[in-house]
Design a protein around this ligand. Structure first.
Ligand SMILES: Nc1nc2c(ncn2[C@@H]2O[C@H](COP(=O)(O)OP(=O)(O)OP(=O)(O)O)[C@@H](O)[C@H]2O)c(=O)[nH]1
Ligand SMILES: [Mg+2]
Length: 370
């Protein structure tokens, strides 16, 4: 994975990990948009997912436990299956310093395997950003319950995360065909991830490279991710308004203050300084001028000629409580750059087929009272 000058690409130390059927579909679609230099790993408890994406690296999770038949919409089952495959997973992710984990919440594997993978990444020092979708309303209460149950643990174990309701991703213009709805949700999610990847790998005049993103995202917590594109003479203003009108901000016109804001502006050679300023200043002002503000630009005439795309990560809620990397006494921490990791065999507390590190409400499939 090298550039023309023979140096390794920045993005070689970043990996996109798709988990579960929906997560793998979105990750594979993002890779199609970004090209073959994007490092991807698809993993699922269901062997059919590997067949659906021929040519992409695929890891079957918990083959011994589940026989490649999926988790049966069971988060603890999927988590235990993922735990069984963590050595293989570790080998496949190699020396990644940043992992973008994509999962559709609403089933078993997207949530369960994500929790396991995130805990694993934390132990080995890889910074994680989770891009998770929340189920369509039409998927019913069971999918909503599974997503609600997985979400707090995904928040807990990731460095930064965003939850994108599929109903919002398809802009509420509900296609009345399920396949079309899922495809549109997948396209929108893949597009958001692909823009983020471009920010990482395409050097712009103001660069947001992997190490800056890594530092900014570490222990950053949940973010609202806003993406908007526009063309025409007032494209910067149009993109800014579309972002600030997003239903993800509550839709009541009151924009919460952000403690941290990351903004990317992507355009062609015609991207003007004043346009970058319009987007960056407009977003900073709307989110209460956070001191922790990062800006990156991408100039890619082939991809964005005539078009401007803006991406923002607004960290609006309280930062997560300080976290400690869970390590077993006597086990050395994995070297994040050094490949092999500590032993995982005893890193989990399984008893009678249950993972005792998973809260009881999840193990018993109960609903949390809020
Ligand atoms: N956009 C999109 N979302 C999907 C697709 N398939 C599933 N999803 C979403 O992902 C959620 C989880 O479904 P799956 O990915 O099928 O479930 P899984 O993670 O494989 O989990 P199990 O099969 O239960 O082990 C669903 O509730 C959907 O919201 C897809 O093809 N496109
Ligand atoms: Mg599945």
């Amino acid at each position: 994975m090298t550039q023309a000058d023979g140096k390794p690409r920045e993005s070689a130390s970043a990996i996109l990990v798709g988990l579960g059927r929906g997560g793998c579909a979105i990750a594979a679609a993002a890779k199609k948009r970004c090209g073959r230099d994007m490092r991807v790993l698809l993993a699922d408890t269901d062997a059919r997912t590997g067949m659906a994406h021929p040519g992409e690296p695929f890891l079957l999770l918990g083959g011994t436990r589940l026989g490649g038949a999926g988790s049966g919409r069971d988060i603890p089952n999927a988590r235990a299956a993922a735990s069984e495959s963590m050595r293989d997973f570790d080998e496949r992710v190699g020396n990644a310093r940043l992992a973008v984990v994509v999962a559709g919440l609403g089933g078993g594997t997207g949530g369960g395997a994500a929790i396991e993978a995130l805990e694993h990444f934390r132990r080995r020092g890889t910074v994680t950003f989770v891009f998770a979708t929340l189920p369509f309303a039409f998927e019913g209460p069971e999918a909503a319950r599974l997503a609600r149950n997985a979400r707090p643990l995904v928040e807990k174990y990731s460095d930064a995360c965003t939850f994108q309701p599929l109903d919002v991703l398809v802009c509420g213009a509900g296609p009345d065909n399920m396949r079309e709805a899922f495809e549109r949700g997948m396209d929108a999610a893949a597009e958001g991830i692909a823009f983020f990847w471009r920010l990482l790998e395409t050097p712009g005049y103001i660069s947001l490279d992997l190490e800056r993103i890594r530092r900014t995202f570490q222990d950053a917590g949940p973010a609202t991710l806003l993406v908007a594109g526009a063309s025409g003479p007032s494209r910067a203003r149009s993109a800014l308004s579309a972002m600030l009108d997003s239903p993800l901000l509550g839709g009541d016109g009151k924009i919460p203050e952000a403690r941290k804001l990351v903004v990317g502006v992507l355009g062609g050679d015609d991207l003007r300084l004043s346009e970058t300023g319009t987007v960056a200043d407009g977003l900073a002002a709307a989110f209460g001028k956070p001191e922790d503000f990062s800006l990156g630009t991408v100039n890619d005439d082939e991809a964005f000629s005539g078009r401007l795309v803006a991406v923002a990560f607004a960290f609006t809620s309280a930062p997560p409580a300080p976290r400690q990397t869970r390590r077993r006494a006597g086990k050395a921490a994995a070297d994040p750059l050094g490949g092999t990791s500590a032993s995982f065999g005893d890193a989990k507390n399984f008893w009678k087929g249950e993972d005792l590190d998973t809260p009881a409400y999840l193990r018993r499939n109960l609903e949390l009272e809020r």
